[in-house]
Every structure is written in structure tokens, then in C-alpha cells.
Design a protein around this ligand. Structure first.
Ligand code: MG
Ligand code: MG
Length: 631
């Protein structure tokens, strides 16, 4: 497959953009005219610079307000086009995008537009230039790809073709299936963009909120399936106008873009027969059966205090690594690994972030296949030297500096704990608290990076994203969205901090970008767990009595029940189907890390979003009481 991206999609000057685009693996660029005009080099120099990066100029864009003009504007439009043809020849590209006219003086009329395109096609042919016509969804007379196609069809010129843009089709809710009746050879170029579903003016929505395929809510896959069915085998190009992307990291946004196209075509080729675009070979999205382990990088001293916290939570130290300073703590199906090695990845993670979750191990069907898919989608494999008797566990670098390992049951990895750990027999003084498994891992990142994480997880793993919710922190909003599988055995919540005064932002800053801010353990009986925790000396986060007053007002609870949740500091939520959610929080460990204990009843599938702001307020009170310097 050949991929391109419009220069307008990313930040930087033209040179920085090209470097990032080339590094991400694209074949070409759309030169957005303003990026060229703002850059101080001749068209020939810019063309050479693009080719020096190993890229081609796949498209020059946009040429506006061409078709259906009255005189004298019509003659002027043709003259203007000739000037741009000169420029294109100097740049070294043969395809220009003409978007449908938005001028109030344009006359409309399908045949008039077709005549204009036929005449311009003649002039273009003389210079070996091709012109592609795109229907802007806010075009004055043409705002639908079906009308643009009718104009191209009637123009009936070999140098005149159609340009399709998923945003313009899907934003107007035009059925993408209508693309299937267009001949593939008359589609000169395909632009792809997704967008979150927001009700607003089409032009504003398009110019500010587009995002990469798979990051938004539009059915870009259905659009691309229809395009593929026509036999189209040309460029797939991203044209993404997004305020955040234009101020974000050019490298990271470009990498996301390339990943989104590979992922899109992977999905399309699995359901659409005879796709003529060659798609990289990779296993299907990986189904995750649960979290095998969570590993903390820590120091000797902090490992002791983390161990004490784990004891109050009912964990027992059950294993010691055969050769490394690595301990296994276990309860139910939860494996927590504490790594205090003085070399290797965990150590460098500790040096950078302090005590933090540096590694997550996932249970999958086939660990090698998981790495193969992740690599095909641009993730970096991770390897470090293994000692004698240790297993080489397949792994990739995650985001936020962490690592993800993959463990399966079909290889020697099934015996990971037996092979690498010696059982520890000394009894634990702690009482098992009935915690059974990891329900979710909560990760924090800057708001501007959330889409990167979302795409990373949804493209590699068989997961879906939940709608984004706003969590109110007294110091600002935190956006929260989950990535989860349908079985509920793999749940990651993503929390995007807009500033450093929020709890999430504070955590990010104090831990230098560490990602995992809390771990939620599941119990089948929250009250029994709470009682056991109390015996172990666990002190739950103190929740304001006002919260319970409100809870009672909202749900009309039995008095005994209300007393029970209140006395244990348990937060409660209920969904419309009667599903119930119970949450119990630990105080902070270090700068803003914490544990959560949850119980789900009756199929509750959320994360207690309604409770988040009360939890945050309680945590901020706790932080102040502890005397943590306030920022
Ligand atoms: Mg476009
Ligand atoms: Mg949670």
C-alpha cells in the first residue's frame, strides 16, 4: 500500500514536517499550498527537499473556486490554474486537487461545471497534469461526491478524475456504499480522515476536529471498503485538520497517522474480498484474556513500604526470583512483581520515574503473534538480556516509557512463575482480602496524547473504546475514556490531563510522565474485603459525609446499606439496568499513585464516573493533610 499525508496535518515548518513524515514510513506528501508559501525556498528546491527525504509529492492542494464562474472570473480562474500548473511542474507533481466552489457568485449547473473541467483537462493534458475534483461538504452547489462524480463523468476527459475525502462524505451522512458504482480508474486520489461525533457547523468541524481513522466516530472503514471495492489501488492519504495535532509532536502524530492507515487497511482487507491494495501481512487483532502481572520498578527502601501497603491489601509475598532482586506478591489471580534490580530496564525506569509501574504482562493466545501484529503497526519490540534459566518473554515498548510483555499458555511461558521464581514459604501476617483479579489499569497522559494511546490499544488488541467523559477536578477538567474488550477481561482507562494542577497532571509531572496512576482490583464481596482490609491495618480514603447524603438522595438507599457503605468509605454507583458498582480507595502511595478495590454486580460495565470528582476531592484533602507541597 502507498500512503501519504497532507503537510497541514502536523506541526513544524516544511522541513520538520517532511522529516517526521519520512520517519513514520509514508511514501508521499500532499503539499498544502500555504505550507509551501510560508516556506522560504523556490518550488524546485522544495521539490528536491521532498525527494531527498525519500518522498514524492502525491498531490498539490487546494485549488479553490474554479468551476461554474461567470465572466470575467471564469477567464481569471483558468489563468490562475495555469500559474499553479507552472508551480506544480517546478515542484515535480502531476496531480492537483480542485475543491468544489464555495463562491457566492458561482453559477452552479452540472453541465457548466463539466464543460469547465473538460476545458481545463485539455490545458492540463498539454502539460501531463491531472486534475482531481473533490466535493467539499459545504460547497455552494456541489457538496456530495455523487454530484462531483457526475461532473467528472460528463467532463469525460482522461486528465479529469474524482477525489474522495471520507470526512466530506461521512460528515454529511452520505451513504458510502454509493461509491461502489464509481469506476476505480476515475478515482484519482483518496483522502482519509475521521472525526469525533460533535454537532456543529461542517466547515468548523472539518477545520479543527478531524483526526486519524479509528480515532473518531465516523465509519471510515465502511467508506474505505466501498473505495476498495471499486478496484482503486492508488494513494491513501491523510488530510487531518486538527488544532491539537498542529501543536503536538510532528513525529508522534505522523507515526499515529501511519499506524491508522495500516490498521484501517488491515480491517478493510479482512472483510472486503479482492482488495487490490497490498496490505501488510499480520495476525488479526489480539484478544487479551486478562492481565498476567503488573511490575513495579522500585528501590530497596520503597519496596519495603510498597510491600507493607500490599500486605494491608491482603497480598502475600509468594516468590523470589531465581537470580534477580525481584519479588512476586500474589492474591487470587493477581500477580504483582516488585523489581529492585540495580541494572536493566526496571532500574532505568526507577531512575527516571521513581517507584512506578514499568511493565504490564498480558495473557494472550499467542505471545509471538502479538509482537508480530504490534510490529506491523509500528510498535517497537523490546528485548533485554536474559539470565541463565530465565525465559525470553515476548515484549514491546508501550507508551509513556513502559513495557508490555505477553504470556501465553501454548509455550513454555505458561510455566513462567514456576521457572523463574522460588516459592517463599514464610507465612504472611496479612489476611487474604478476597481480591480476585485486576479489573482495570488506569493510565494518565497529557490530554493531547490521549488519541495516540487510544489508537495504540485499539489497533493492536481486540478492544473497543467507550465514549469520553469529563471528570471534574477542582483545578480543571480531566478527560476519561476506556479501552476494553467485550468480555471485560481487559480494561484500561485513559485519563488525559489538561493541566498540571489537576491530580492527574500533578501525578504526571511528579513522576516524569509515568503512566499507570492506579490499579483496580476486583472482589466478589466488597464488604467482606473491606472488613479484611481493616484487620490488615488498611486505611481507606476518607470520603465526605456530604457524598453519602447525596447518594441517598439520588438512589433512595436502605438505611443499613447506606450505613455499611459509609462506614467503610465505599463509593457506590448504579446504572439504568440496576447494575451496581462499589469502589474503595487506598490513600496515595508516593506522588499520586493509588489502589482501588471494586465490585461489579448485575452487569455494571462502567467505571463510576459519577463518583470520580468526589474521589478526587477526597484525595486532594488527603494530599494537603499529608503536607505534600501544593502546586
Ligand atoms: Mg479533502
Ligand atoms: Mg478506577
Amino acid at each position: 500500500m502507498k500512503t501519504a499525508i497532507a503537510t497541514v496535518s502536523i506541526s513544524g515548518d516544511l522541513k520538520e514536517k517532511l522529516a517526521a513524515i519520512a520517519a513514520a514510513g509514508f511514501d508521499g506528501v500532499e503539499i498544502f499550498e500555504n505550507d509551501f508559501l510560508a516556506y522560504d525556498a523556490s518550488p524546485r528546491e522544495v521539490g528536491q527537499m521532498v525527494r531527498d527525504h525519500g518522498l514524492e509529492i502525491s498531490l498539490f492542494q487546494p485549488f479553490r473556486d474554479f468551476e461554474g464562474m461567470p465572466e470575467p472570473q471564469r477567464t481569471r480562474a483558468f489563468d490562475r490554474a495555469e500559474r499553479k500548473f507552472d508551480l506544480m511542474q517546478d515542484l515535480g507533481t502531476d496531480l492537483v486537487l480542485i475543491c468544489s466552489n464555495v463562491s457566492p457568485i458561482s453559477l452552479g449547473g452540472i453541465d457548466r461545471a463539466a464543460d469547465d473541467f473538460r476545458a481545463l483537462g485539455e490545458r492540463a493534458a498539454a502539460r501531463d497534469i491531472r486534475i482531481g475534483y473533490e466535493a467539499l461538504c459545504w460547497g455552494r452547489h456541489v457538496n456530495d461526491h455523487r454530484d462531483a462524480w457526475e461532473i467528472v463523468r460528463r467532463a469525460d476527459h482522461p486528465n479529469v478524475g474524482l477525489i474522495l475525502d471520507s470526512f466530506h462524505t461521512l460528515a454529511r451522512k452520505i451513504d458510502p456504499e454509493t461509491i461502489r458504482s464509481i469506476p476505480g480508474n476515475k478515482i484519482f486520489f483518496v483522502q482519509l480522515a475521521d472525526a469525533p461525533q460533535i454537532s456543529m457547523d461542517l466547515l468548523y468541524w472539518s477545520r479543527h476536529f478531524r483526526n486519524m481513522p479509528g480515532e473518531g466516530d465516523l465509519d471510515v472503514t465502511a467508506f474505505m471498503r466501498a473505495v476498495a471495492a471499486t478496484g482503486y489501488d492508488g494513494m491513501l492519504s491523510l488530510e487531518i485538520f486538527n488544532d491539537q495535532f498542529r501543536s503536538g509532536s510532528a513525529r508522534s502524530i505522523s507515526a499515529d497517522g501511519h499506524r491508522s492507515l495500516v490498521y484501517l487497511m488491515d480491517q478493510v482487507s479482512r472483510v472486503e474480498p479482492d482488495v487490490r491494495i497490498a496490505v501488510p501481512d499480520m495476525p488479526e487483532r489480539i484478544s487479551v484474556n486478562g492481565i498476567e502481572f503488573v511490575e513495579f520498578a522500585t528501590s530497596d527502601a520503597e519496596a519495603d513500604s510498597l510491600g507493607s501497603v500490599l500486605q494491608t491489601l491482603g497480598f502475600a509475598k509468594t516468590g523470589q526470583h531465581i537470580s534477580k532482586k525481584v519479588e512476586l506478591w500474589r492474591q487470587g489471580d493477581i500477580n504483582i512483581v516488585l523489581n529492585t534490580e540495580h541494572e536493566g530496564f526496571a532500574h532505568s525506569s526507577y531512575v527516571t520515574h521513581g517507584t512506578n509501574v514499568c511493565d504490564i504482562g498480558l495473557k494472550v493466545e499467542d505471545a509471538q503473534a502479538t509482537v508480530a501484529r504490534a510490529k506491523a503497526l509500528g510498535a517497537s519490540p523490546f528485548e533485554q538480556a536474559v539470565g541463565p534459566g530465565e525465559l525470553q518473554i515476548p515484549a514491546i515498548r508501550g507508551l509513556g516509557g513502559g513495557v508490555m510483555h505477553f504470556v501465553d499458555r501454548k509455550s513454555e511461558l505458561a510455566k513462567l512463575w514456576e521457572v523463574e521464581f522460588t516459592p517463599v514459604t514464610e507465612g504472611s501476617s496479612a489476611e487474604d482480602a478476597g481480591l480476585t483479579r485486576i479489573d482495570h489499569v488506569a493510565e494518565t497522559m497529557g490530554y493531547g496524547e490521549m488519541l495516540t494511546w487510544l489508537l495504540f490499544y485499539t489497533s493492536i488488541f481486540e478492544t473497543e473504546k467507550t465514549p469520553m467523559v469529563d471528570v471534574v477536578d477542582p483545578a480543571g477538567l480531566v478527560r476519561s475514556q476506556a479501552v476494553e474488550n467485550s468480555e471485560g477481561t481487559f480494561r484500561i482507562t485513559l485519563n488525559g490531563a489538561e493541566n498540571y494542577k489537576t491530580l492527574a497532571g500533578h501525578f504526571l509531572m511528579e513522576n516524569f510522565g509515568s503512566a499507570v496512576q492506579h490499579l483496580a482490583f476486583e472482589t466478589n464481596d466488597i464488604f467482606a474485603s473491606a472488613a479484611a482490609l481493616l484487620k490488615n491495618g488498611f486505611k481507606p480514603l476518607t470520603i465526605s459525609p456530604n457524598y453519602y447524603e447525596d447518594l441517598d438522595a439520588r438512589f433512595g438507599l436502605e438505611e443499613d446499606f447506606l450505613d455499611a457503605v459509609k462506614s467503610h468509605g465505599i463509593l457506590y454507583d448504579r446504572d439504568d439496568q440496576g447494575g451496581e458498582y462499589f469502589q474503595l480507595y487506598s490513600p496515595f502511595f508516593g506522588e499520586g499513585f493509588f489502589f482501588e478495590i471494586i465490585e461489579r454486580r448485575g452487569g455494571y460495565s462502567g467505571y463510576g464516573a459519577a463518583n470520580a470528582q468526589f474521589r478526587i476531592a477526597a484525595q486532594k484533602r488527603h494530599m494537603r493533610a499529608k503536607g505534600t507541597p501544593k502546586r
